[in-house]
Design a protein around this ligand. Structure first.
Ligand code: ACM
Ligand code: ZN
Length: 543
């Protein structure tokens, strides 16, 4: 706002409301130029704005608990970003931010925002839609310390997401992150309109979720004596790593995420990446062990036995307890990086292969088909309870059922292969969306962002019918070399802002230069929250 606009506002405010207290403070203007960029923004640029002061109310429909919680979220954001305490009310009036539901809107997660001098109206088709509108307001607020009043310029926003699946994965197997920190991560996801938290719960290096039927999984499987000192080294640091979530803690995470319209997808990675389970129950493997929880990283030959009935029962039991904890419609059972070294000579695996009549084909070895069968049996257990199975794209080596939802990670072409096969698919290629991948993290400043921002989840060469099978996109953080929250956030931010824009925004609205301008305020928001974003991004503007 320039000086004459400011004077005009102060005069009007004085005449209309007579609130001397408001006119005593200057205002700081926010901006509707947020990340991810909304579908449609109309800025009136008339010098008028909605000013938030101590008398501003957030109104919500009486009796709607979710809308009340939405109002509380908005009040907490205004307090944090603009240092102003506002009240909640179920009675509409002026000087109010009015939250409401409007079932004439067409998009489930869509919202409409109208900012006038007297009020802000925020309508969503659903409470989730209102929540995304609140996130837009959150990011449209100016950062003030309370010495000035925060104002949002008059204008309007119409918005809805491009993809229904907007995911982020965190691996807690290699390193453990406590419940309180996971809640902070969930807040970070909410700030970026992400709606799925994919929780990678088990690894060769640690089993992290309580399973009551198999207590040794956490008694033994959640503890390792140390970790290799650096990549390629054999030397251990002898610093024990341990930790797991009780079922109650996991349910607490599910609740916390659900309040923020985020679904938690649990992953129990099988039949590979199971050394922690094998160390706990050696009879689940082809050789019977002994096995050791891995202190190092990579792909291990020791995997669950694909032909042992007891092993399959174990997998089904675990997945059933997981479904008791997690109401998610999707249950991820891994399927990646499962060498068949022992399966080729294991009597049980080979007997099962014969029993099933599996034969090597040009596309699929019989052992890979055994893996698809094993996972298919677990899928049936998942489907019995009305849920759906997700798996990494290696599952395609074994010709899985068309009901499988594929996470395509190995290369960008994997998503094309998956949708060509008729599978619903989530794009998360390592080359673009593995934020922990050291090779790509070596990129500095703008290029580290641009790599993520330039990724298009829907492959151009696919047919219109195939394109519909792209459910969305996801970024992943694997924690081999991520021991603490500092590195976690350094890897996440600000790439997650670029991710949000490929997940949420219409491709025709995307523009890297414009994004970089909008990113400046997003970084200031990260600072307010104390997030440890990757500061070399400043080089992009400092040149
Ligand atoms: C994976 O990165 N192994 C899914
Ligand atoms: Zn076997």
């Amino acid at each position: 706002m320039n000086t004459s606009q400011l004077k005009k506002w102060m005069l009007l405010s004085f005449m209309v409301s007579g609130l001397m207290s408001c006119t005593q403070k200057e205002v700081t203007l926010g901006s509707l130029d947020v990340i991810p960029i909304p579908s449609e923004v109309v800025k009136l640029d008339d010098g008028f704005s909605f000013v938030i002061d101590g008398a501003t109310k957030i109104c919500y429909p009486e009796g709607n608990e979710k809308m009340k919680r939405n109002a509380e979220f908005l009040a907490s954001y205004i307090k944090k970003i603009a240092a102003t305490e506002v009240k909640l009310s179920t009675k509409e009036g002026d000087n109010a931010i009015v939250l409401s539901l409007d079932n004439t809107l067409t998009e489930e997660e869509g919202y409409e925002l109208n900012v006038s001098e007297e009020r802000i109206s925020l309508k969503g088709k659903t409470e989730a839609g209102v929540f995304y509108g609140i996130q837009t307001l959150h990011k449209a607020l100016p950062i003030t310390d309370g010495t000035t009043l925060a104002a949002i310029p008059c204008g309007s926003v119409k918005d809805s997401p491009r993809f229904g699946y907007r995911g982020f994965m965190v691996d807690v197997g290699r390193h453990f992150f406590g419940v309180d920190y996971l809640k902070e991560i969930i807040d970070m996801l909410a700030l970026h309109n992400i709606n799925y938290f994919h929780w990678h719960l088990t690894e060769d290096q640690g089993w992290r979720i309580e399973i009551k039927k198999y207590p040794k999984l956490t008694e033994i499987g959640s503890k390792r004596k140390g970790t290799i000192k650096e990549r390629g080294s054999k030397e251990l640091d002898n610093i024990p790593v341990s930790g797991y979530y009780t079922q109650e803690e996991a349910k607490e995470i599910v609740r916390y995420a659900a309040e923020r319209y985020i679904t938690v997808i649990p992953e129990i990675d099988m039949p590979g990446h199971m050394l922690a389970a094998l160390a706990s129950y050696p009879e689940l493997g082809c050789t019977g062990g002994p096995y050791e929880i891995a202190p190092n990283f990579g792909v291990f030959r020791e995997v669950l036995c694909g032909g042992n009935e007891k092993t399959l029962q174990f997998a089904k039991d675990v997945i059933n307890e997981i479904m008791d904890i997690f109401p998610s419609p999707y249950i991820h059972i891994g399927g990646d990086e499962c060498p068949k070294f022992y399966w080729k000579t294991c009597a049980k695996c080979q007997r099962k292969i014969r029993e099933l009549g599996l034969k090597d084909t040009k596309e699929h070895t019989k052992e890979n088909q055994l893996q698809a069968w094993f996972m298919g049996e677990v899928e049936k257990e998942i489907q019995k309870r009305g849920r759906e199975m997700m798996a990494w794209n290696e599952i395609l080596k074994g010709n899985p059922a068309k009901s499988t939802i594929v996470m395509a990670w190995t290369k960008p072409e994997a998503r094309l292969k998956s949708i060509e096969g008729g599978y619903r698919t989530i794009a998360c290629p390592i080359q673009y969306l593995y934020f922990s991948n050291a090779k790509f993290n070596e990129l500095r400043g703008l290029s580290s962002i641009d790599r993520v921002y330039s990724f298009e989840p829907v492959p151009e060469e696919a047919t219109p019918e195939q394109k519909k099978n792209i459910m969305g996109a996801q970024a992943c953080i694997w924690t081999e070399w991520t021991k603490d929250s500092v590195k976690m956030e350094w890897q996440m931010m600000p790439r997650i802002a670029a991710l949000a824009e490929i997940q949420w925004s219409k491709p025709e609205n995307k523009n890297i230069q414009d994004f970089m301008e909008r990113l400046k305020h997003q970084l200031d928001i990260y600072k307010v929250y104390g997030y440890n974003y990757k500061e070399d991004i400043h080089e992009a503007w400092d040149k």
